[in-house]
Design a protein around this ligand. Structure first.
Ligand code: UDP
Length: 248
């Protein structure tokens, strides 16, 4: 897709956002940059943006079909997602079904311990302060969201977890945890934004327990892009693959 120069609205660590001719629509461009550890570890990994855009578009579509509002409008081509323009809320909303990652370093949970109901953790999206964990009072004092906003965010997040967890389980994937971000659309509604991909979720193979997400990169292991491709292969339907002439 031809992106006119000069209309870049935002450049993040792995995605760019471009204005379109339509005031309320943007193109989210998924880049091949991959980072970890507060952006300290950095690489470019060919096809990462391609797979992440296909995976995110598919999961957003599944959520839309379940009645959850997302930024997703269309995927005109892999790598570029046409989306509703949102004013992003700088919160990282993490849902945990199984204890993994940083949670084990910070709290005395057992590795692999399951959480039912799941844990919702909200961090401040702020590189300068290293994304610290928040509580409701700090969120209010910083003016990031109201009590009503948080009620909505928690309710939608639990719904998203339910929909994605059962879909992924049906495809043979375990869904230990994931991070999502919300924004406000032009009507002030809270809408799911950002991405849902192996960059922002943990996915484990139910049979082999193989890790199929960014943890491979975080730990310096090989097969990162092969894992992302495998997730795309598992999540996409025949019709999606036919549309993009994917032969994996
Ligand atoms: N996560 C993310 N961005 C962040 C921090 C976490 O997408 O800045 C995701 C991560 O991929 C995982 C979940 O949120 O699926 C929980 O991450 P955790 O707190 O365990 O941190 P990590 O161990 O990944 O640093």
């Amino acid at each position: 897709m031809n992106l006119e120069k000069g209309n870049l609205l935002y450049r993040g660590k792995a995605k760019d956002v471009y204005q379109t001719d339509h005031q309320e629509q943007v193109i989210v461009k998924f880049r091949d940059d991959i980072t970890a550890g507060d952006g300290e570890k950095k690489e470019v990994m060919g096809l990462k943006g391609y797979y992440n855009s296909l995976i995110s578009a598919k999961l957003f579509k599944i959520l839309e079909d379940a009645g959850i509002k997302t930024q997703y409008i269309d995927l005109p081509e892999p790598g570029c997602m046409l989306s509703h323009k949102l004013e992003m809320i700088p919160l990282e909303v993490i849902t945990r079904n199984i204890a993994a990652g940083s949670l084990l370093k910070r709290f005395p949970f057992q590795e692999g311990q399951t959480f039912d109901p799941p844990i919702i953790q909200i961090d401040f999206k702020n590189d300068e302060y290293h994304d610290p964990m928040l509580n409701d009072d700090i969120i209010f004092a910083l003016g990031l969201a109201t009590s009503n906003d948080l009620d909505i965010i928690r309710r939608i997040t639990l719904q998203i977890n339910g929909v994605l967890k059962s879909f992924l389980e049906s495809r043979g994937l375990i869904f230990p945890d994931f991070k999502i971000e919300y924004g406000r659309d032009c009507n002030g509604n809270i809408v799911l934004g950002d991405e849902i991909s192996p960059d922002t979720c943990r996915f484990w193979d139910k049979e082999t327990r193989d890790v199929l997400d960014k943890d491979l990169f975080r730990k310096g292991e090989s097969g990162v892009i092969e894992a992302y491709q495998k997730v795309a292969n598992i999540i996409l339907d025949k019709e999606d693959k036919k549309k993009w002439s994917l032969d994996f």
